[in-house]
Design a protein around this ligand. Sequence first.
Ligand code: ADP
Length: 190
Amino acid sequence: MLNLILFGPPGSGKGTHSLKLVDKYNLVHISTGDIFRSETSNKTELGLKAKSYMDKGALVPDELVIDMLFSVMDRHENAKGFVFDGFPRTLVQADKFDEMLNKKNMPISMVVSLEVSDDELIKRLVKRGIESGRSDDTEEVIKQRLDVYNKQTKPLLDYYKNKKLLQSVYGIGSIEEIFNSICERINGKR
Ligand code: ADP
């Protein structure tokens, strides 16, 4: 199995590269943000709860995220592997995730961290907000999301570094260039 975590701040390109990885290695894509957005547009109970946090740039509470993620994974028992995009985002999520993966005997193969400067992130997200109308891509909410990333999510870099799973990739350049560096890391480890 190839189980990848795509890690990085908002706007670092996790979604773009996840889709390309899914295609190339025949994996199942699990984006917690996409799932919450789809639940929100379907006005489910989970979606409405999640929206109240997302609109402020805050994280959805761990328990909601974890339950949702586990049930989505259970629907893909025969998967060749997964790309986790936007999960885990807190130490609690990472610990619970580890516990669950150990039980399933399904180790994480690699954590790919996309490195992009704050200036570039803000530029990309403001542009995405204008083009897509995504409600959390406004300058004020973007700053809040970056702050939340730095405080709550960035510590996971050390967590995965200690587990010798972390691979950092420079995330500025053409999509193809960046994607090739990601694939080199993956192929080098297999
Ligand atoms: P981005 O990486 O650009 O912030 P995402 O689509 O990954 O975009 O996430 C959008 C929002 O969804 C987050 O700001 C957060 O509110 C919520 N969210 C997504 N994944 C998680 C998670 N693992 N834990 C908590 N909240 C999450």
